[in-house]
Ligand binder design. Structure first.
Ligand SMILES: [Zn+2]
Length: 594
């Protein structure tokens, strides 16, 4: 049994105090290590850089610790119990690491708990102590970690089956609000931290529908006996991370339904989509996972081609579940799908990187995007979602709506999870063939490893949905709906942000008007044809412009002023709108209704 303890002498310093008591350290020398990444967020984050004051004591005496590398240490052999102490600086307000101040505390075990190498399969207990400051007097504690000797929602002694379990239950502490509901017999809590207004009954009602949908989708019983949504509400922020019995979410204040608010606005719809996404992960990636994640090597990058399936299929079902459980209308769902199609279609990266390559390179590409990302890479979330749609619609078309991606997911759940088996590189393709009853190898290979356009128009036609394209209305236009206003026939080819100094170029489209003239990301446009323009004025000018018109653009690159002659190119119709047609209503219903 490894005994961990975590508290804080002074939350204002942002330090968590951690100690580890090891009864039987390795007599040949005890190694300790901290993860360098957290499952679900595929980037090396080097959590050890937040550790200070690492020390070890054996039989009351201090012992020297040898550092092996950035995240590994070794304590010389001792035949008595060993105690390790250190502090962790916690000031990352995200769902991936740890944060502590006078208002609340939050941590992922992967950021704060050293692994006792060689004893990771041992049961652990963790004493989570109320921080010493007076303002923490009324704090409560929320986690899906099993209680050992603690009151519900209170500090005290918790336990984990092993190290992997210990670090997969994030902990929130503070004065939060708790909403509870039961879905398919499983108790669920929503923990809301931060400053917000919320129609709590409505949130519980809507989330319950989503949870019941997902549990029903994979089949009862649910794989967890308790589930917790931990939501940190902030002014501006968005993100989520999945865990085996909980999820940590961050959302903006406007994402929650206000008391008295009826209908569903875009912010709340996105928030429900996020909740749906992370909850679907309870099956897809937390339990059905690539074989290379069994077990996770948290010291270094672990490469897989399959994130298009684990993130993409999850992204497909997150919104699809909303329409299937009646939270949004059919046309709302088609709008969301059209926005994803638009996102993929607008980036040249889709012609250069396949979904498999995007998955494989996530560590240095998707998670470390620069201003050229849209030209160079494709998102395995967005393209993966569209691949999932293609597979789903293909199976439906081949089987007269008798079979679908739903069957593939259920088979994945039964075949792989029941046997505690990881999904191999070709595993999903084989299952799709099985469900189709024919060889879809070429179709699947092109979707996953190809860079051509996806066959969505013809597949959507089989469920009575038409695909039309138009040019973008303005920078904010995400696609998905028709626009009444007049549309520009030219495209400036740059995404701009208005600032005091002028219009700062955030990114340019490869070979577009701006780049062809020599403009680049980082340049600040101060005048066009000798006149200073704001974003709105530029949009008006674009409406009047024709292809091949030439503009003289003055822009600063760093502190140097340059002049560029921009020849305006014809706008490309890459914004997508989907609409239900009068045909194939039965097939569309089978697809969108439960
Ligand atoms: Zn995800």
């Amino acid at each position: 049994m490894i005994k961990y303890q975590i508290g804080s002498r002074n939350p204002a310093t942002h330090y968590f105090d951690v100690s580890i008591h090891i009864d039987n350290p390795d007599p040949g020398g005890q190694c300790l290590r901290l993860p360098n990444w957290i499952p679900g967020s595929y980037m090396i984050r080097d959590f050890s850089r937040n550790m200070v004051d690492l020390s070890a004591r054996c039989a009351g005496a201090e012992v020297a610790i040898e550092q092996i590398d950035k995240s590994n240490w070794r304590v010389p052999g001792c035949d008595q119990p060993l105690t390790i102490n250190y502090l962790v600086y916690a000031k990352d307000l995200s769902v991936r690491s740890a944060h502590l101040d006078h208002s609340h505390g939050y941590y992922n075990g992967s950021s704060v708990f050293l692994e006792v190498v060689g004893q990771a399969d041992q049961a652990c207990e963790v004493s989570i102590e109320r921080p010493a400051a007076e303002y923490c007097r009324d704090w409560r504690l929320a986690t899906s970690l099993a209680r050992k000797q603690a009151q519900a929602y209170d500090f005290g002694l918790y336990q984990a089956k092993d190290y992997d379990d210990l670090i997969d239950h994030p902990v929130e502490m503070g004065e939060f609000k708790k909403i509870s509901f039961v879905a398919c017999g499983v108790p669920h809590d929503v923990i809301l931290s931060g400053r917000f207004e919320c129609d709590e009954a409505r949130l519980a009602r809507d989330l319950k529908k989503i949870c019941e949908h997902h549990i029903g989708f994979f089949g009862e019983p649910a794989p967890m006996d308790y589930y917790q949504f931990q939501v940190l509400v902030v002014g501006d922020g968005y993100g989520g991370l999945e865990h085996r019995s909980s999820t940590s979410l961050m959302c903006g204040r406007d994402s929650l339904p206000k008391p008295g608010q009826t209908g569903i606005n875009d912010d709340y719809r996105n928030f429900l989509g996020l909740c749906s996404h992370e909850y679907f992960h309870t099956w897809n990636v937390k339990r059905i996972k690539p074989d290379v994640y069994q077990p996770y090597d948290l010291q270094k990058e672990v490469y897989t081609d399959l994130l298009w399936a684990f993130e993409g299929i999850t992204s497909y079902y997150d919104d699809l579940a909303l329409v299937r459980c009646g939270l949004i209308e059919e046309q709302d769902y088609l709008e969301l799908l059209a926005q994803t199609m638009t996102r993929v279609r607008r980036g040249l990266g889709r012609t250069r990187q396949s979904a498999a390559e995007s998955s494989f390179n996530t560590w240095t590409r998707f998670y470390q995007q620069d201003e050229n990302a849209a030209n160079a890479i494709v998102s395995y979330y967005a393209k993966g979602c569209l691949i999932a749609a293609c597979i789903d619609l293909k199976l439906r078309a081949l089987s007269g709506s008798e079979r679908s991606l739903d069957d593939v997911m259920r088979r994945l759940w039964q075949d792989y999870c029941a046997q505690a088996k990881g999904v191999e590189k070709e595993g999903i393709q084989q299952l799709v063939n099985d469900i189709a009853g024919s060889d879809l190898g070429d179709f699947m290979r092109e979707l996953i490893y190809g860079t051509g356009e996806l066959p969505l128009a013809e597949l959507l036609d089989c469920v009575g949905v038409s695909v039309t394209t138009r040019v973008a209305g303005n920078q904010q236009d995400k696609g998905g709906k028709d626009i009444e206003d007049e549309l520009s026939v030219v495209d400036f080819g740059a995404f701009l942000k208005e600032g005091e100094a002028g219009l700062a170029i955030q990114r340019v489209s490869e070979s577009g008007s701006a780049q062809s003239a020599g403009l680049s990301a980082g340049d600040v446009i101060i005048a066009i044809d000798g006149i200073k323009l704001n974003q709105g004025q530029l949009e008006k000018r674009l409406l009047l412009a024709q292809p091949d018109d030439c503009w003289t653009v003055h822009a600063f690159r760093r502190d140097e002023l340059y002049q560029f002659e921009v020849v305006l190119q014809k706008a490309v119709a890459s914004t997508i709108v989907l609409k239900a047609t009068g045909s194939h209503q039965r097939q569309r219903q089978a697809w969108l209704q439960n």
